[in-house]
Design a protein around this ligand. Structure first.
Ligand SMILES: Cc1cc2nc3c(=O)[nH]c(=O)nc-3n(C[C@H](O)[C@H](O)[C@H](O)COP(=O)(O)OP(=O)(O)OC[C@H]3O[C@@H](n4cnc5c(N)ncnc54)[C@H](O)[C@@H]3O)c2cc1C
Length: 485
């Protein structure tokens, strides 16, 4: 009998738990430890942030589903890791603190045979002075609660615009090393369309602010893609979209301080500037959760498990940008010191950024961190689950299931406005996510034909279809496993 503990019930944790439970006989225990009582389909937060969906449309409670599927669920948060156990406990365990229920505030040593750390990112608002959702007129769409608050504030502003107030809206990244530009891009387009729907578009100046060097970098160093019968740079595509919609942009900006309605930022040229606004949605930097780890004797071994995020089978050797290679990226998401620990999704430490690192003239790093979107999070979680299943079933320590972001594609459909007839979507498919300059030297590291972009109403329908398909899959309804990650 084996016990698999999964930390986190986001895209990666939930995918891993579902596959493990479906494929493993019932004598094996599958335990999920996660602080939020709900599963949320994060990509649809964008629609919550423009008031076109309610939080209840994008979430469902985990406890009843897990009870029905024989997955043990603890509404608790992991605090520290003991991969060798301790003086009293011979088994490896994670110390977790209950968040709700009769045990609220108490801790438990959750022992395991296999551990999947799928705790995603910490939304590190503290890294930017004054950046806090709902304060200083800044908002976030990173959780359904944040997105709902963002919509309430935006709606207030729309009412003021209807009374004749001219407004400034600022959307983008709120830190010099933030990632998730795609989500901010999607939000700015949706906000722009919503203002038009409310007939107040002419009352607002909308500005994109980003740590990207070029528009459409998205933390992936941009891409050269097929667009209809043409080849186009993602920078050209985004520029075309922004110009078409009257959105202006500030690039190479490391936002470092927020005051009420004022964003302070440093440019790559080393200048310190400000941008005022009436409403801002700025994505914070993402960091690891700051977990600690201890060996059997109680000594701190955090650096065996974590490098900010969790250490896996990546090549973390520090080397110049020119020497980085696609082979540096992990394939099995297994911790090298403790082979029964894995970290799929966002929880693993990337070996380096994908975009070319840049510093301001003052020495500040201003570069998007690598994005790790939903599709690779699901794929890496499934392959980790499949490897654990094989180890358990065949007592075989070889990991046959592998997948690197250097041989994995990502399909991102950014909704660009909600509505069955008036909606729009910008669909960008990239293969591979991490450019492979050896395999595809003439096309900026990406395979042409498998890297493409489209704009149109079909994109909106597809995004909406994916929303329903992935919530259906997450609810583990009949034949859910046929829907790919
Ligand atoms: C607004 C927005 C829009 C997005 N849109 C898209 C999109 O259109 N397409 C796309 O592919 N990707 C999109 N993404 C990215 C996508 O949401 C992430 O790639 C994905 O959620 C990462 O999955 P994950 O499981 O690694 O982390 P998460 O989904 O963040 O899950 C982490 C889990 O860990 C739990 N947790 C946190 N701390 C602890 C702890 N101490 N102990 C135990 N559990 C803990 C959390 O509660 C959560 O359940 C978007 C992201 C945002 C913010």
């Amino acid at each position: 009998m084996s016990k698999i503990v999964i930390l986190g019930a986001g895209i990666a944790g939930h995918v891993a738990a579902s596959h493990l439970r479906r494929k493993l006989p019932k004598e094996h225990e599958v335990v999920v430890v996660s602080p939020n009582s709900n599963y949320q389909w994060i990509p649809s937060n964008i629609w919550v942030g423009i008031g076109r969906m309610k939080p209840k449309d994008i979430l469902f409670p985990l406890a009843p589903l897990y009870a029905k599927k024989h997955i043990d669920y603890k509404q608790a948060k992991a605090i520290s890791f003991y991969p060798e156990g301790d003086a009293e406990e011979v088994k490896p365990y994670v110390l977790a603190e209950y968040i709700a229920g009769a045990n609220k505030g108490t801790t438990e040593k959750v022992t395991y045979d296999y551990l999947i750390n799928a705790t995603g990112p910490k939304l590190n608002f503290e890294a930017t002075e004054g950046l806090s959702p709902g304060k200083n007129k800044t908002h976030s769409v990173c959780t359904y609660t944040h997105a709902d608050e963002a919509w309430n504030a935006l709606n207030d502003l729309i009412q003021q615009m209807k009374q004749g107030k001219q407004c400034k809206i600022l959307i983008g990244t709120g830190h010099a090393k933030a990632t998730c530009q795609g989500a901010a891009f999607e939000y700015i387009l949706n906000v722009e369309q919503e203002l038009r729907r409310h007939k107040v578009r002419d009352m607002a100046q909308i500005t994109w602010i980003s740590n990207e060097y070029n528009l459409g970098d998205f933390g992936m160093d941009g891409m050269l893609m097929s667009y209809g019968s043409n080849i186009m740079k993602s920078s050209e595509m985004v520029e075309m979209i922004f110009e078409d919609r009257g959105v202006s942009w500030i690039l190479g900006a490391g936002v470092n301080k927020i005051e009420n309605g004022v964003a302070h930022y440093e440019t790559l040229e080393g200048d310190y500037k400000t941008e005022s606004y009436d409403f801002a949605m700025l994505i914070p930097s993402f960091s690891g959760h700051g977990f600690k780890a201890y060996n059997k004797d109680g000594e701190d071994i955090t650096n065996k498990l974590f490098k900010g995020f969790m250490i896996v089978d990546a090549d973390y050797t520090s080397k110049p940008y020119e020497e980085w290679s696609v082979q540096d990226w992990p394939e099995t998401y297994q911790n090298p010191s403790y082979p029964n620990i894995f970290a799929p999704g966002i929880a693993f430490a990337p070996p380096h950024s994908i975009s070319k690192p840049r510093k301001s003239k003052n020495g500040t790093d201003i570069t998007p961190a690598p994005p790790r979107t939903g599709m690779p999070s699901g794929i890496t979680a499934k392959l980790v689950a499949d490897n654990i299943i094989e180890i358990i079933k065949h007592s075989n320590n070889e990991l046959h299931h592998k997948g690197s972001m250097g041989n994995m594609g990502a399909a991102c459909i950014a909704s660009a406005g909600f509505g069955m007839t008036k909606g729009s979507g910008v669909s960008i498919t990239t293969y591979p996510i991490v450019p492979d300059y050896n395999k595809y030297p003439d096309t900026q590291g990406r395979k042409q034909g498998k890297t493409f972009g489209t704009i149109g109403l079909a994109g909106h329908w597809l995004k909406l279809a994916l929303h329903h398909a992935f919530i259906y899959k997450a609810k583990m309804k009949p034949f859910w496993w046929l829907i790919p990650e």
